[in-house]
Structure formats: C-alpha cells, structure tokens
Write a protein that binds this ligand. Structure first.
Ligand SMILES: Cc1ncc(C[n+]2csc(CCOP(=O)(O)OP(=O)(O)O)c2C)c(N)n1
Length: 321
C-alpha cells in the first residue's frame, strides 16, 4: 500500500466525521427534524469499505447510514440536503436521514433493523441473473445481525453462492442491549460456517484492518466464491440517537472509549510513527471541515419541498388518484 492510499484513508475518515459534525450543527439549529443517528467512532468502517466498492456494486445501509453512502460515492451535498429535508436532496427531501436512495450510485438505506440484508440479497441475485460483475454489500449493526432477515439472506446467498458481503458494525450495543448478553456466539463472524460463507472478524477502529478484510471478502464474492460476513468491532461515541440520554453507560466509560478508540486519532498516530507530517495531517482535517461547513452553508439556502407537492413522486399519489 502506498503512502498516498493511507493518506486517502485518513482523509475519508476526516470527511466522514466532518459530515456528521455538519449534521449535528444543523440539528442543533432546528434544521433537521426527527431522529438523527450519528456515526462518530465508526468512521474506519465506512472509509475501509470505500476502496473495494465498484460503481455497479450496491450498498444497502441502516439507520446509521451516512458513512456508507459517502463511501459509495454519494454526493455529500445531496445527502446533506436530503437529511435537511431540502428539495435538492437525493429524494427531494422526502426520504430524510433514514431513507436516502441514490440510484446513480446504487446506495440506499432502511430504518427497519436487519432489512438491509434482504434488499442486498435482491441485488446479489439480480447480478447473477444478469451475469453482471457486481457485489451487494448489506450493512447492519450487531442488533440487525440477530434478525430473521439476516439469517434468511445468508442461507440463500450461501446456498446459491451469491455475490453478497454482509458488513456488521458491532458496536456491542443495540440501543441499550449489550451484545454479550444476547449473542449465542462470541463473534458474529463465526456464524459464517453455518452459511457456507467466509467470516472475518476485525478491529473496526483500524481502517487498514477493515480495508484488508473487506477487500478479501469482496474479491471472494466477486470471483463467485459466495457470500462473506465481515464483522468489525467498534464503539459508538454518542447516544443511540440524538436525544438518547445514554444512561446505560457511565460518563467515565464514554470518556475512556473516546480517548482509547477514536479511529482518527489511532490512525493519525500510526501515520506519524511511519513518517507522515503532522502539519499535513492537520491540514487535511482543516480542509475537510472547511469544505463541509461550506456545503452546509450552501444547503441552508436551498428551499424545502412545497407542501402542495407532498403527494408527488410516489405510491400515495398513484393509489389516491
Ligand atoms: C424491525 C425493527 N425493530 C426495532 C427497531 C427500533 N430500533 C431502531 S435502531 C435499533 C437498534 C439497532 O441496533 P444495531 O443493529 O446494533 O445498530 P446500531 O444502532 O448499534 O448502529 C432498534 C431496536 C427498528 N427500527 N426496526
């Protein structure tokens, strides 16, 4: 791997963090309504995915979806505009933060826990039927990995050797439910054997480790070897959603997590140790923050959809007519 590739990984993580900082800013000013799920602490997974994704591949994500969309190449401005319910958003402001959909990059998300996997299965099956090279990436949390849809998806993908990679962001909490208390296995990756799938268990705060595992999993799937599960362990820095009192963890534990497991801090230290310049890395963070602030400022002046068009562009309109 070249120094340039490593710097790009750092930049991608900085960009993802800056994106969610922009979302928080907008939320605090009352410019986002409804729930907002911030991904701080999980940047290495988004950034680690990015390099394995080809244009025809699909990424189907969760309620905590921003980093996966950015990894797939979704335009940050259009994603932010969607989250801020603007007419310029990916879905003209009608999907919002939990339901972005971008047919140009094959990216979508769902607020239904675990439901990203069956959608990814549909893409994987379509690639097979159309004899296309694509791989479908279904992202889920540890909570989502316990659902029936996850199991059914892996059963069918395993039986048919479909090109599907399940990426599990295991932050060890499904809202307040600790992973260890509800999982029958120590890891999720070890369940892969039941599906004739490859299983990878990686430190999800280490972007190099994540990128390597996803690279291997996707090459395996792309080559016709069948599905893979990549479980990336990580930490969620903030509450489940903005407004969650997060009372299931004490303050000291949260501070310790932020101090010890910040993927950006950890990677910065590695790059510095390997000879990167401190000034150059600081400049990258500043550039990404400034760029995102400018994007936020631009989105702010976009208009919101006209209420008279609330029934346009959708199923409701068709049924009512
Ligand atoms: C089918 C379904 N059940 C319950 C919920 C409510 N809910 C939203 S997020 C969540 C927890 C998800 O945990 P996990 O999959 O580990 O993802 P994380 O939030 O940790 O990223 C739950 C139970 C839902 N949205 N969908």
């Amino acid at each position: 791997m070249t120094d340039q590739q490593r710097i790009l990984r750092f930049r991608r993580m900085a960009m993802m963090r800056a994106f969610d900082e922009a979302c928080l800013d907008a939320l605090r000013r009352g410019e986002i309504h409804g729930e907002l799920h911030i991904g701080f602490g999980q940047e290495a997974i988004g950034a680690g995915m990015a390099e394995s994704l080809e244009p025809q591949d699909a990424v189907i994500s969760t309620h905590r979806n921003h980093f996966h969309g950015l990894a797939k190449g979704v335009d940050p401005r259009a994603l932010l505009a969607e989250i801020m319910e603007k007419e310029t958003g990916l879905c003209r402001g009608r999907g919002g933060h939990m339901h972005p959909f971008d047919p140009t990059t094959n990216f979508s998300a769902t607020g239904i826990v675990g439901a990203s996997l069956p959608v990814a299965l549909g893409y994987a099956y379509a690639y097979r039927l159309r004899r296309q090279r694509g791989v479908a990436f279904g992202v889920t949390g540890d909570g989502g990995s316990h659902t029936g849809g996850f199991h059914e998806t892996l059963v069918m993908a395993g039986a048919m050797k479909l090109p599907l990679v399940a990426i599990v962001e295991n932050n060890a909490l499904a809202i307040s439910v600790p992973f260890a208390a509800v999982s029958p296995t120590r890891t999720i990756a070890e369940r892969a054997v039941a599906y004739n799938a490859r299983g990878f268990h990686v430190d999800g705060t280490d972007v190099d480790a994540v990128a390597a595992a996803i690279r291997e999993a996707s090459e395996h799937a792309r080559a016709g070897g069948g599905p893979a599960i990549v479980e990336a362990t990580c930490h969620r820095f903030r509450g489940h959603f903005e407004g969650d009192p997060d009372s299931y963890r004490d303050r000291d534990e949260k501070r310790r997590i932020r101090e010890q497991f910040d993927p950006l801090t950890l990677y910065r230290a590695r790059l510095l140790r390997d000879g990167a310049s401190e000034t150059a890395l600081a400049a990258i963070v500043t550039e990404e923050n400034e760029r995102m602030k400018a994007t936020l400022a631009a989105v702010r002046s976009d208009s919101q959809p006209d209420p008279a068009t609330a029934r346009h562009h959708g199923f409701v309109e068709e049924v009512v007519r």
